[in-house]
Ligand binder design. Structure first.
Ligand code: HEM
Length: 186
């Protein structure tokens, strides 16, 4: 169970594993144009595998959170800070799902999906989303672009929210002098 002031071990582990995997996933794909061309496939395949792993962990994290209420916010938080932190945390939860799902949808609408089956880490066969792969022709191309745009946009929202999340944590730790980092196991 989460104790009164600090998150429990499982919540802390899930927070840091997901944060690390999402960071690696962004760091892998953003500089892709700088890598040699023959790196594209292995890099994107690894990106997809990590993304699906995040989706599974996000599901576990949501279920854990619903069954293990988080510790209360310190009483020094002002009203607007409570609202802002709940909003930011809610949106970060939504992004843990929206990013992998939009990526999976984008990939399922890829015209070459049939000739490039998806495997997790080159080991475990993984399905595409059936109703998307079964769409034909131009319509599929349009959806591929649309889902790709969603995926990119969710990425931008993530950068902004993570920046705010970090600034908030730094403020509470160093300006308000609350044991903010300790709440998350640091
Ligand atoms: C933690 C989950 C994920 C994160 C944080 C993430 C993040 C990103 C970001 C930031 C980009 C670059 C977008 C741009 O600037 O245009 C990208 C591209 C892409 N992602 Fe994801 N993604 C995730 C999961 C997935 C999943 C699960 C799949 C597919 C199953 C996927 C497939 C792709 C593909 C195909 C691209 C385009 C790569 C290219 O051709 O340049 N992503 N992703």
């Amino acid at each position: 169970m989460n104790q009164t002031l600090y998150y429990g071990k499982t919540a802390i582990a899930l927070h840091w594993i997901i944060a690390a995997l999402m960071t690696v996933n962004v760091a892998l794909v953003l500089p892709i144009d700088l890598f040699p061309d023959n790196w594209d496939r292995p890099v994107i395949d690894t990106h997809k595998s990590i993304g699906i792993t995040v989706l599974g962990l996000a599901l576990m994290r949501l279920l854990w959170r619903l069954s293990h209420p988080p510790p209360a916010l310190p009483s020094s938080y002002r009203r607007w800070e409570r609202h802002a932190s709940h909003l930011a945390h809610g949106l970060l939860y939504a992004l843990m799902f929206a990013l992998p799902l939009s990526g999976w949808m984008h990939d399922s609408a890829w015209k070459d999906a049939a000739t490039h089956p998806m495997t997790l880490y080159g080991l475990i066969p993984w399905p595409r989303i059936g109703w998307i792969t079964s769409i034909e022709g131009e319509h599929k191309e349009m959806l591929h672009d649309l889902f790709g745009d969603w995926h990119t946009t969710f990425g931008y929202v993530l950068y902004v929210l993570v920046a705010l999340h970090l600034l908030g944590a730094l403020k509470h730790q160093y300006i308000d002098r609350e044991p903010e980092f300790e709440r998350m196991g640091l």
